[in-house]
Design a protein around this ligand. Structure first.
Ligand SMILES: N[C@@H](CCC(=O)N[C@@H](CS)C(=O)NCC(=O)O)C(=O)O
Length: 212
């Protein structure tokens, strides 16, 4: 059976933000069975030689699908979409739109918002680098807001794995105060997070990881 390596416990501040949720959400949408291999970060489970042999970066999520080991949340979602034929169009042109917007979520959007979060976390708030990152992130969010005007989903007319990646980047990785200025982003995020598969995934995750 497909194994998903995910967090066994997550501290309060990070709950809902960990990237294993992207994989669990996709699996729920696809109706694919799996088992969770729970990893406990404080126990250094991610540092063990056995885990590092699967992912040299010692990070989650990864999957092991009967010996096919895939790390990187974006790569995992695209693999699962190709495997099931779900949450991705089957034609080349449609697939290209999903690839395009999956990469956009993980590069053009996640890089500036995550860098801003990290610099501020490290005490950089109010500094020039922080202000520059804020401007970069805000510019990308504004451009994305424009793209989403009149669209339900990011890549195609239907919900795809690119929406899971983009929604999680916006929902978990982006300063809520920055999002408040962008009505199309807020509507899009609400449309995606209201999906029953996400609600179920989040509820089950919370029940599992709230042990700290
Ligand atoms: N680019 C990777 C990032 C993975 C990542 O940052 N994972 C975090 C949890 S969300 C992690 O495992 N952190 C533990 C660590 O780095 O020690 C992906 O999208 O899968």
């Amino acid at each position: 059976m497909l194994k998903v390596y995910g967090f066994a416990r997550v501290n309060q501040g990070a709950r809902g933000k960990t990237r294993d949720l992207r994989v669990l959400w996709a699996l729920e949408e696809m109706g694919l069975g799996y088992e969770i291999v729970g990893m406990y970060h404080p126990n250094h489970d991610l540092d063990s030689p056995a885990f590092r042999a699967l992912n040299p970066f010692g990070q989650l999520p990864i999957i092991d699908d009967e010996g096919v080991v895939v790390s990187e949340s974006g790569a995992i979602l695209l693999y699962l979409a190709r495997k099931t034929g779900k949450l991705i169009p089957l034609d080349l042109a449609g697939e290209a739109q999903v690839l395009r917007w999956a990469f956009t979520a993980l590069t053009s959007i996640e890089v500036p918002v995550l860098s801003l979060w990290f610099v501020n976390l490290c005490g950089g708030k109010g500094t020039k680098p922080s202000e520059a990152l804020h401007g970069w992130a805000e510019m990308r969010l504004k451009q994305l807001d424009g793209w989403l005007a009149g669209r339900d989903y990011i890549a195609t007319e239907d919900f795809t794995v690119a929406d899971i990646l983009m929604t999680h980047v916006l929902d978990a990785g982006t300063d809520p105060q920055m999002l408040a200025a962008f009505p199309h982003l807020l509507g899009y995020r609400a449309r995606c997070t209201e999906r029953p598969a996400w609600q179920k995934t989040l509820a089950e995750y919370r029940e599992r990881v709230e042990g700290v």
